[in-house]
Design a protein around this ligand. Sequence first.
Ligand code: SAH
Length: 360
Amino acid sequence: MVNLKDLQLQELENFIKNLGEPKFRAKQIFRWMYQDCGSGAEARPGGVTAFSQMTNVPKSLREKLSECADLGILTPLQVQISRMDGTRKYLFGLEDGNAIESVFMKYKYGNSICVSSQAGCRMGCKFCASGMDGLRRNLTPGEIIGQILAAEKDTGEKIRHVVVMGTGEPFDNYQNLSAFLRLLHDPDGLNLSWRNVTVSTCGIVPGIRDFAEDFPQVNLAISLHAPNDQIRSSMMPVSRAYPMDQLLDACRDYTKKTSRRITFEYTLVNGVNDQMIHARELAERLRGMLCHVNLIPLNAVKESGMHTTSRKDVQQFQAFLEKKGVPATIRRELGDDIDGACGQLRLNQCRKGGKEQKEF
Ligand code: SAH
């Protein structure tokens, strides 16, 4: 079975031609998957969920398709809905029994989703729940875009902004990430502006260099989390492969090439990287760069033994950076009441190994 959402429009055209059907059918099918979604009361975004709903495609072709292909529809195993702000956390089950998480968020400027790029992760950041059981496998382009369509279907609302900040390291799955981004941007696909998309990496330098070439209009966020290699290596093993000098050089080249501002994510961990000397060192290293720092209070994962920084100290850290000329914001916490740190829904699911359904 081929997941048709793994194919670009051109690849779908070849697929349809190989079935002995005219090429123009591919565009009709493609649009049903991403755009046309019925009319009247049935008009919900997120594309159709069955070949039978593709009403302008001949029945004979629909039957042929259902024998060799599917639409890669993701169904939630769990949905947690925040009563405070409408944030929804999804746990989706994949065909092979793996599970992945996505988070739907409502902002004043429109709906946004945080998607996963891998089932698990092999980067091993000490504070992160997503990597605790290692990498299971890469997600396919269709499995990444499927998260967006499933959330649109579930909420009945269009999603305008996408961040690749869920489970996984996107630059450890570069090829599938690229195919996913092209599906997002395709005018016959989800037709999203590049500017509304952000990819976050733990700092894989060759990935940053390729990304600057391939997707100069997509926003880039770097998980920095420390002002020097010593602290960074204690939190993030990737830092040993790509030390900060190399990383920041790649970031400078990125901004030179794209003229785009980089976001540095900085998760504050009590006593590890949140002191004033750390703020000072960070400001010195980032001074003059086209960047902005997003401070994230640690979402404490029990297994890590690390603790979060007090609100007051977070604000002090921010004020210091700003004073030194480095723009800094504090990440707004959404869905506080459904909590569980990023990746925890999935971790619990993996460890239980079961498929228990839960209502919230
Ligand atoms: N692998 C990519 C994207 C996934 S993580 C990356 O590293 O950027 C998305 C962001 O959440 C990263 O900045 C990550 O370091 C941060 N993060 C992970 N676990 C966290 C936790 N428990 N508390 C706060 N931030 C966390």
